[in-house]
Design a protein around this ligand. Structure first.
Ligand code: FAD
Length: 582
């Protein structure tokens, strides 16, 4: 038995002890009666864009029970995702899927492959030409300007266009997509997938004007005057350098510059021995590209593998592809011969106390240096926004400023994504969406609707033994030799339909009744409605007959039933530390 399962069994023992202690196994001694409480599933609680993940998974899982075709379920699932996120095929490929880290199924037999389900739905929607759901609001008079066509800008543009606004997106680069096009390599995110999802946004009437840099070709003040609102999604495209002398060499690159050139189809000569400094997604992408260019690649990182911020599966794939790692090392000098870098001197580091990020701070080890040879050095230690033309909205630290709402710059000007601080695609999509909602509320003169937050269905509220064991479906990866032979070929495949259906059936519907009938089965007093008649509404319960035994709560697999004392309003609910909140 796994330690997690052991903990769960213990938690159920605790309930039994609690029941014996309060003597409620016999007659009506407990004042508590059952109440249905819809909770937020732990997966959704971890999703920065707040996607209704349980809705997606259970829609597919219940297809046959509810008499739908799978095609209809996939369409419904797409519409659920697209309410928050117009990029399921993109996110299904690049999101680090914090939802899966939240998934309660990990304590049984592995988290659901939620990210793969999202990817399948995204691809299915593109193949079948599903349109993005527009709101039946009619056309609005106001024009909105969006600066930047990355995920933040396009998410804002989409959410505004579907509400009827005329949206113009100004993009400095030749093609839209931001870091999705000019940062993330094709082998992770093929350009045709990105193009198709962007075209679907365009088809709502969004006008994307490329090769127009705000601050150079048109001023922010012009946009403030001509548009009812402005959204700034300029991202962070200026790569940070190492701050060492010698970076003017032709074989020194910042990661954004390097990836931009590769993704624009330019030839970049890195030679046969590349050092990549950093441990994030961008560093891994640069390292894997250089392996495909035929170089021997070493990533130099000042912490250890455990602290690397890159997506775990990307690190594993980089290892498989032969990328080497030099951990606990920090560059202190670039070695040069004439105009070119020939190597890098690194100081050894050790880990000290945790810093603000929660990771242990690297500290230099005195007099411990190593020299590494190099034909090119790529600095992948972060990037900052290019603030030229945006000085009036600078936070004072080189980023776009925002007030306590997180997205409001000033009256009529909003922002989101990396321009506010480096984040993720999913976070950028979320910020674009809430900024659009704020713009809409302001222009309509209404209060911004508050997104309802409910209790999270944690692992201690789940009765795991109810669910049959089933292992997680993993997608296939391209064989190593084929990967390395092609800069663009996608490495990871989309799961097929039958495995997606299997995967969705693993969803435990945490926090929402799925009509299993357990509560009815265990209730000796007929408090619970018959299977098939439970509509999720506690009002229909015959609680006057309830003995307060809590069997229904104990046997509810998904944590939907709690007990309440109607006189005091006190609940019994599983808490996060495996005790009971009473
Ligand atoms: P961007 O995507 O950067 O888009 C900003 C856009 O604004 C750009 O197109 C830019 O040209 C345009 N712009 C800038 N200035 C102007 C101007 N003055 N006028 C007009 N247009 C302008 N996140 C993940 O979730 N998963 C990953 O796997 C992942 N991998 C990454 C790999 C790399 C190499 C990098 C660099 C980042 C990665 N990220 C990843 C982070 C993610 O890409 C960003 O968080 C996200 O793209 C930010 O979106 P954004 O819309 O704010 O900015």
């Amino acid at each position: 038995m796994t330690p997690a399962l052991k903990r769960l069994r213990n938690s159920r023992k605790k309930i039994a002890q609690f029941r014996t202690k309060t003597g409620n196994a016999s007659k009506k001694e407990s004042p508590y009666i059952p109440v249905f409480v819809t909770k937020t599933p732990a997966c959704q609680g971890e999703c920065p864009s707040g996607t209704n993940i349980r809705g997606v998974l259970t829609t597919i899982a219940n297809t046959e029970r509810d008499g739908r075709t799978y095609h209809d379920s996939f369409r419904q699932a797409f519409e659920i995702i697209a309410a928050n996120n117009p990029f399921p095929a993109v996110c299904g490929r690049v999101c680090p899927h914090p939802c899966e880290s939240g998934c309660n199924r990990q304590y049984k037999d592995g988290s659901l492959a939620i990210n793969n389900v999202e990817r399948f739905i995204g691809d299915y929607a593109l193949r079948n030409g599903f349109a993005l759901p527009a709101e039946p609001a009619g056309r609005r008079e106001e024009k909105i300007a969006v600066v930047g066509s990355g995920p933040a800008g396009l998410s804002a543009a989409y959410q505004l266009a579907r509400r009827g606004y005329a949206v113009t997106v100004f993009e400095a680069f030749a093609r839209p997509g931001g870091m999705l096009r000019y940062g993330i390599p094709d082998y992770r995110l093929p350009q045709d997938v990105l193009d198709s999802e962007i075209d679907r946004i365009r088809s709502l009437g969004v006008d994307i004007r490329c090769n127009v840099a705000v601050g150079r070709d048109i001023l922010l003040d012009d946009l403030r005057r001509e548009y009812a609102a402005v959204f700034l999604g300029i991202g962070a495209h200026a790569g940070r350098s190492l701050g060492l002398p010698g970076e003017d060499a032709a074989n020194f690159f910042t990661v954004t510059h390097f990836l931009n050139r590769i993704n624009s189809g330019c030839t970049v000569n890195v030679g046969n021995k590349v050092l990549v400094v950093g441990g994030g997604d961008a560093a891994i992408d640069a390292a894997r590209i250089c392996r495909r260019l035929g170089a021997d690649v070493t990533m130099v990182y000042r912490r250890t593998r455990n602290e690397m911020p890159a997506i775990e599966s990307e690190i594993v794939e980089a290892e498989e592809e032969g990328v080497k790692f030099r951990f606990l090392a920090a560059p202190v000098e670039l070695l040069r011969a004439g105009d070119m870098i020939t190597g890098m001197r690194c100081q050894s580091m050790r880990l000290g106390r945790p810093d603000a990020s929660g990771r242990r701070r690297p500290e230099p080890v005195e007099n411990d240096f190593t020299e590494l040879a190099a034909t090119a050095v790529i600095a992948a230690i972060g990037q900052v926004p290019c603030m030229q033309g945006f000085e009036s909205v600078d936070s004072g630290r080189g980023w776009i400023r925002a007030d306590s709402t997180g997205i409001t710059v000033e009256d009529g000007v909003y922002s989101g994504g990396d321009a506010l601080g480096l984040s993720l695609v999913t976070t950028s999509i979320y910020q674009g969406r809430i900024a659009a909602a704020a713009i809409d509320a302001r222009l309509r003169g209404v209060r911004l609707p508050v997104e309802e937050k409910t209790v999270i269905a944690n692992r201690f509220s789940i009765y795991y033994d109810h669910y049959a064991a089933s292992s997680r479906n993993e997608p296939a990866s391209l064989p190593l030799a084929e990967r390395m032979a092609d800069l663009q070929r996608e490495v990871v495949a989309t799961l097929d339909e039958s495995r997606i259906v299997e995967e969705c059936a693993r969803c435990m519907s945490c926090g929402l009744c799925f009509d299993c009938g357990n509560c009815w089965n265990v209730c000796g007093e007929n408090v619970m409605p018959l299977k098939g008649r439970l509509k999720g509404d506690s009002a229909g319960l015959a609680t006057s007959d309830c003995k307060g035994c809590r069997h229904c709560m104990d046997e509810c697999p998904c944590g939907f039933i709690e007990m309440i004392d109607p006189a005091t309003g006190k609940y019994i609910r599983a808490s996060m530390d495996n005790s009971y909140l009473v």
